[in-house]
Ligand binder design. Sequence first.
Ligand SMILES: *Cc1c(COP(=O)(O)O)cnc(C)c1O
Length: 419
Amino acid sequence: MSDPRPDPMPGPMPEPLVPGPRTAELLDRYAASLLGVFGVPQLVLDHGEGPWVWDVDGNRYLDLVGGIAVNALGHAHPVLVSAVAEQAAAMVHISNFYTSAAQVGLAERILAAAGAPEGSAVFFANSGTEAVEAAVKLARRTGRTDIVAAEGGFHGRSTGALALTHKPAYRDPFAPLLPGVRHVPYDDVDALAAAVTQATSAVVLEPIQGEAGVIVPDPAYLTAAREITARAGALLILDEVQTGVGRTGTWFAFQQAGILPDAVTLAKGLGGGVPVGALVTMGPRVSHLLAPGQHGSTFGGNPLAAAAGIAVLDTIERDGLLAHATAMGEHLVARIDALGHPVVAGVRGAGLLRAIVLTADVAPAVAVAARSAGFLVNAVTPSALRLAPPLVVTADQLDSFVEVLPGLLDSATSQEGTR
Ligand SMILES: *Cc1c(COP(=O)(O)O)cnc(C)c1O
C-alpha cells in the first residue's frame, strides 16, 4: 500500500480531517479484540516521520503528544531506526544471566547524565510502573515500611505502584492496596514535614506532576523535601518517568532544583518509544540496599532496549536537544501569551512538558477540534491541554498550532455555550 504524504504545512484553518474507511474497519476489529481499558482509540495510526504521524487513511497530524512524552526524537528518527535495526540483527535478547556492551553503555550514560556520584547504579525495567515497583522494593530494604507520596501523584498502575498513585478512580476498584502509604498535598512543605517520621522509608514525588496537569511546585519544595528526608533518614525518590531524559530542558528535572535525590525512576523518553525503564540509585549506600537475588526482570535492559536508549541519549546530546527543549518551551509560552485569548489562563510547565491552562472545562472539546485540524494534543484535565511534543519539534511547527488555537478555543467554547 502506498502512503499519500501531503507536503505543505496545514494553513491556519485547514479542511477538517476525517478518518476514513480503513480507520472504521480497524476500530470495529479493535472493539472485538482488545480489552476495553483504553476506551475507543482516537485514531488508527500507520507511520510517522519527525513530529508528524499519518493515520491509515492518509491524514497527517502534527504530534504534540509525542506518545505521552515518549517519542523524544520524534518518529522514525534515522539514528534510532538504525540503532534498533543493527541491534536486532546482532541480538535482541539474552536474559540477565548475561550482559551486553549496550546495557553497560546505557547505564554509564545515564549515570553520567545524572551527575551520579561514585558507587551509583542502574536497574533496568521495561516501563515506568516497573521502575516504581523497583523503587518500592528499594524503600522496603531500608527496614522501614511507610511511604509518603503526594496528592495528584501518578506513579503507575501495578498494585504496588498504584498504592503510590493518588487518583481514587484508579485505586478504589482495587483496594486494599499496599499498606503504609500516605498522601500529602503536593507543594506543601509543612504537610510533608509533618508526615515524614522515623517510620518513613521513602518520600516519592514527581518533580513536576505530569498526569495531574503539569503542576510545577515552588522551586523550594524539592529542596525542602531533600532536607526533610535526610533529617528523618528516609529516602527521597523522584519519579522522573515523565520529566526525565531532557523533557524539561535538563537531563533530569531534579538538576534544576539543585538537589541530589537518593533514587530516580525513568522510563517514557528513555528509549524514544522502545520500552525501557530504569531505577537509578545514588551512591553506594542506596545502591547496596537491594542485594543479589532481591529483584529482577527477564527483559529489563536487554540489548535492543539498551541500544535504543543509547541512541536517544547520544542524539539528545549531539543535537543540543536540552537547550532546544528549553528554547522551544519558552517560545511556545511567549506565543500563547501573545494571543491574549480570554479562554487561556496561562501556560504551566518546563521545557517541552507544558499545559495550556483554560478558564473553562473545554479541554476535551479543544482536543477533538485540534485533531480534526491536524494537531494531536492531550486533555490532561478538563481544563488543561498537555503538550509533550518530540524534543526535535521546531518553532514553525509549534507556531502552526498556536495559529489555529484561537479558532479551536472559540469553537469549543461556543459549543459549550449552546449546550
Ligand atoms: C507514565 C508514568 C508512570 C508509569 O509509566 P508506565 O510506563 O506507563 O508504566 C509512572 N510515573 C510517572 C510520573 C509517569 O508519568
